[in-house]
Design a protein. Structure first.
Length: 402
C-alpha cells in the first residue's frame, strides 16, 4: 500500500477561520466596554464599605445579635442611660450596636484548688497550711472550693470584675486562704482530725466566704476538704488515739449490745410474767365471780333465814304476849285475892296471926327432956337450932300472950 505524497488536503486551512490574535484582543476588558458613571462608583464604594463593616462587626461580635448559651448569663448595657439588664434565659438577643452592648459570663460551677507547693494558675494555688489553737500545724494535700456567679447579681459582677473571666481569677484567691485558716485554726489538732469537726469548719468557711463574695456577685457552693495531714509523730499519736477511740466505740457497741440483750431478756420475762399475771387475773376473776355468786346465795339464804326467824319471832312474840296477858289476868286476880285477904287481915287483926301460928305449930315436933334430975322440975324448954322460925313464933306468941 502506498501513501500519498501530500497528506494534507488542498482545502486546508479553511478560509473563514478567524485570527486568534484578533479574538484575544477583542476579549480584553475595557476594549469595547462603556465607562461607569461616578454615581455608580459611589454606590459600589458604599456597598463595599458596608460589607467590610458587617464583616468586622461579625468578627468582633458586635453585629447586634448575641447568642446566650445554657451555661451563660448576659448583661445588656445601655451606654446612653447607663442601665444594665440581666438576661438569664438562653437564646438569641438583638441589640443596637455602639448604643448597647451585651456581655456574656460563664455561670457554670468553677473550681479553685489548693494543692502542691507552687502556683499553677489563677485557680490552682499552693496547699493550705493551718496552725491549730494548740500550736501544732496541719495541712490539706488537696482542698477544692466550688464556686459560681449569682445570676441575679451579674450586673454587679460586671462592675467589680469586668467582662469575660475576670471574676474567676481574683476574688476566691483574695479571701479563701485567710478565711479557711481562721475557721480551721479554731480547733486543736485532735479536733481537726475528727471528720465532724473539719466538716463543720468547712461549712462555717463557706458561710463566711459567701458573706464576703455576695457583694461581688459570687457564691461558694461547696468546700471539699480531705483528711488533714500532720507530722509523722503526730500522725502516729493520732492513729493510736484513733485505735483507742475505735476500742471505746467497740466497747460502747458491746455495752449497747448487752443492754439490748438485757432489754430483750427483760421483755421476755415481762411478757412471761404478764401471761402469768393474765392467767392469775383470770383465775382470780373466776374466783371473784364464784365468791360473788356464793355471797349472793348466802345473802339470799340469810335473808330467807332472817325472814323465817322474824316470822318465828313475831309468832313467839304473839304467844308470849298472849301468855303475858293471861298471866296478867291471873296475877291480877291473885292480887285482887291478896288485896281481899289483906283487907280481911286488917279487919280480923291478931286472930288471923294466931291462926297462922297455930297452923305452923301443927307441923312442929316437940321433944321433951328433963332439964335436971330434979324429980319435980319447975321449967321445961324446947330447943331446935335448925329452925329459927319456931323461935320467932315463940317470941311472937310470948309477946302476944302478954
Amino acid at each position: 500500500m502506498t501513501q500519498p505524497d501530500d497528506p494534507l488536503p488542498s482545502s486546508w486551512p479553511p478560509e473563514d477561520r478567524p485570527d486568534r490574535r484578533k479574538v484575544a484582543r477583542a476579549r480584553r476588558p475595557g476594549s469595547n466596554m462603556q465607562k461607569i458613571p461616578p454615581q455608580g462608583l459611589a454606590l459600589i464604594a458604599i456597598f463595599g464599605f458596608a460589607l467590610i463593616l458587617v464583616a468586622v462587626l461579625a468578627i468582633t461580635g458586635r453585629l447586634g445579635v448575641a447568642q446566650i448559651a445554657d451555661h451563660q448569663v448576659a448583661v445588656l448595657v445601655n451606654y446612653i442611660s447607663g442601665e444594665k439588664e440581666v438576661i438569664a434565659r438562653p437564646g438569641f438577643k438583638l441589640y443596637l450596636p455602639f448604643v448597647r452592648e451585651i456581655y456574656l459570663f460563664d455561670r457554670s460551677s468553677q473550681e479553685f484548688t489548693m494543692q502542691g507547693d507552687k502556683y499553677m494558675g489563677d485557680n490552682h494555688v499552693p496547699r493550705l497550711t493551718v496552725r491549730a489553737n494548740d500550736g501544732s500545724n496541719f495541712w490539706f494535700d488537696e482542698l477544692t472550693i466550688l464556686f459560681e456567679l449569682i445570676p441575679g447579681e451579674a450586673a454587679q459582677l460586671l462592675e467589680d470584675s469586668g467582662p469575660g473571666d475576670g471574676f474567676k481569677k481574683n476574688w476566691i484567691k483574695a479571701y479563701a486562704r485567710s478565711v479557711l485558716r481562721d475557721e480551721f485554726g479554731r480547733y486543736s489538732a485532735v479536733e481537726a482530725a475528727d471528720p465532724t469537726q473539719y466538716t463543720a469548719a468547712a461549712g462555717k468557711s463557706r458561710d463566711r466566704l459567701n458573706e464576703l463574695l455576695a457583694s461581688h456577685g459570687l457564691r461558694v457552693t461547696r468546700i471539699i476538704t480531705p483528711k488533714p495531714k500532720f507530722d509523722d509523730e503526730y500522725e502516729e499519736a493520732i492513729e493510736r488515739r484513733k485505735e483507742a477511740n475505735q476500742e471505746v466505740e467497740r466497747l460502747r457497741a458491746k455495752e449497747q449490745q448487752l443492754e439490748q440483750e438485757r432489754e430483750q431478756r427483760l421483755a421476755a420475762v415481762e411478757k412471761e410474767k404478764e401471761i402469768e399475771m393474765q392467767a392469775l387475773t383470770g383465775d382470780l376473776r373466776k374466783a371473784l365471780l364464784a365468791a360473788e355468786e356464793n355471797a349472793i346465795e348466802m345473802q339470799r339464804t340469810a335473808d330467807a333465814y332472817a325472814i323465817g326467824k322474824l316470822k318465828d319471832g313475831e309468832g313467839e312474840r304473839e304467844q308470849l304476849l298472849a301468855m303475858a296477858r293471861g298471866l296478867e289476868a291471873k296475877y291480877t286476880k291473885e292480887a285482887e285475892g291478896l288485896q281481899k285477904r289483906v283487907e280481911a287481915l286488917e279487919q280480923r287483926g291478931r286472930v288471923v296471926v294466931r291462926e297462922a301460928l297455930i297452923k305452923k305449930l301443927l307441923n312442929v315436933k316437940f321433944t321433951m327432956l328433963p332439964y335436971s334430975r330434979d324429980p319435980e322440975p319447975r321449967r321445961i324448954e324446947h330447943v331446935q337450932s335448925s329452925s329459927t322460925v319456931a323461935t320467932r313464933l315463940d317470941e311472937q306468941a310470948y309477946e302476944g300472950g302478954k
